[in-house]
Design a protein around this ligand. Structure first.
Ligand SMILES: [Mg+2]
Length: 132
């Protein structure tokens, strides 16, 4: 863990409140936090370097997934089971990245969904920039 205060509620800015009904349609936060806790049980990496280690792992696994897609471009077939396994590896590292930042995975997911819904309602899903 790092020194980021544990009282942070969401990693996202520019979000608006969703009603409990809207949130209920989006997610069951317990599922994401359960997944994160399961990932944590299998997390073996140098403590004190977790922030960097998990970031590198996330990029590495995304690259492994991209490699499967690259081979599809070359060969015209994709090993979908191997590709799905790489997607899981990405999710594992994403969960541990959140852990290293001091967030519950549900906070990251909920905050991200709020951001997307807000952009959708304002008609700015297209375009670029983190703070649309
Ligand atoms: Mg992998």
């Amino acid at each position: 863990m790092n020194n980021i205060p544990p009282d942070k509620r969401s990693p996202f800015e520019h979000e608006r409140d969703l009603s409990p009904y809207e949130l209920g349609q989006i997610m069951n936060s317990n599922d994401f936090d359960w997944f994160q806790s399961e990932c944590k049980k299998t997390a073996i990496y140098p403590r004190g370097q977790g922030l960097s280690y998990t970031a590198l792992g996330l990029v590495n696994e995304a690259g492994e997934y991209a490699g499967k897609v690259k081979k599809f471009m070359r060969d015209g077939v994709i090993d979908d089971k191997a590709a799905a396994s790489e997607i899981f590896d990405v999710l594992w590292y994403a969960a541990m990245c959140a852990e290293e930042l001091g967030y519950d995975l549900s906070e990251v997911v909920e905050g991200g969904l709020r951001k997307l819904r807000d952009r959708q309602k304002r008609g700015v899903l297209g375009g670029s920039g983190d703070n649309r």
